[in-house]
Write a protein that binds this ligand. Structure first.
Ligand code: MEV
Length: 289
């Protein structure tokens, strides 16, 4: 029996624009998803297409038990985390000797297949390796980890990443002269953020800008805007939606002493909120138990 876990992720800057070759910054965060795999015995019945695909790709049969602290369809990379943790547990239990790089690559291919071609390798890469990651058109680079004081708010409105990505694609086709410059502006926000990672106030300002640009791309939602406004009013340096938008989660960066106040302001809007920070480990073997 082997138990592995993998963390969720946040897009700090640059979601959607990364699909068009622009840069982005993502971060692995607490909480994690835990997966136990056991060879032999009866093959578990799996409803999740991600889990089914993991066993098919690794060409093994076994039973599986999943424990998740991450809500699904919220933009926190739960499907990537479950895929990475499952592949890592299968790899360990069946002695397949795949490297971390191979696990990240197979996890990406599985996400892409299940999501009908609409996935970037960001979520699976971040969940496998952990840390703070700069995504550019042709590479991913681990940045020095920073302890950013973050609060995540979950609207509870479930969204469909593939549909949101398709919607932006439509806008790019119909209004390239409008959508193109918005993508360029997001890229510039990412570049500025990259040079301001130790300046939380400036990062907050850039998050506000990124949120407005995502709204302009049509991926906003009234529930997201409500939480973003509530966080800012409670003293956050800045806040934005995170991930595909259309529902799901937002993230705020705040002075450490105001984290609880910002959390309270978000929960007062009938949403869930939690304080989070960077996860630097990525996929990790756990004690069985
Ligand atoms: C979703 O978390 C982020 C998007 O940029 C899509 C992707 O990068 O796969 C919208």
């Amino acid at each position: 029996m082997a138990t592995w876990s993998a963390p969720g992720k946040l897009f700090l800057f640059g979601e959607h624009a990364v699909v068009y070759g622009k840069s982005g910054i993502a971060m692995a965060i607490r909480p994690r998803i835990f997966v136990t795999v056991r060879k032999g015995g009866r093959m578990s019945e799996m409803k999740s297409p991600y889990l089914k695909e993991c066993f098919r790709r690794m060409n093994v049969k076994g039973s599986i038990y999943v424990r998740s602290q991450l809500s699904s369809s919220s933009g926190l990379g739960s499907s990537a985390a479950i895929t990475v943790a499952t592949l890592s547990a299968i790899n360990d239990e069946f002695g397949l000797s795949k490297s971390r790089e191979e696990i990240a690559q197979i996890a990406f291919e599985i996400e892409k297949k299940v999501q009908k071609g609409l996935a970037s390798p960001t979520d699976t890469y971040v969940s496998t390796f952990g840390g703070l990651i700069l995504i550019t058109q042709d590479m991913k680079r681990r940045l020095n980890p920073r302890n950013l004081p973050l609060v995540v708010g979950n609207t509870g409105v479930s969204h469909n990443t593939a549909r949101m990505v398709e919607g932006v694609g439509e806008m790019m086709k119909q209004y390239p002269q409008i959508a193109g410059p918005i993508m360029d502006a997001i890229h510039e926000v990412v570049m500025s953020a990259l040079h301001s990672l130790n300046d939380h106030r400036k990062l907050g300002y850039l998050m506000d800008l990124n949120h407005a640009l995502l709204d302009a791309l049509g991926v906003g939602h009234p529930a997201l805007t409500r939480l973003v406004m509530a966080a800012r009013a409670a003293g956050a340096f800045g806040a934005k939606m995170t991930g595909a938008g259309g529902g799901g989660c937002m993230v705020a960066i705040c002075p450490p002493r105001l984290k609880n106040r910002v959390t309270g302001a978000i929960t007062a809007c009938d949403a869930q909120a939690f304080v989070t920070g960077i996860d630097t480990e990525g996929a990790r073997k756990e004690k069985n138990g």
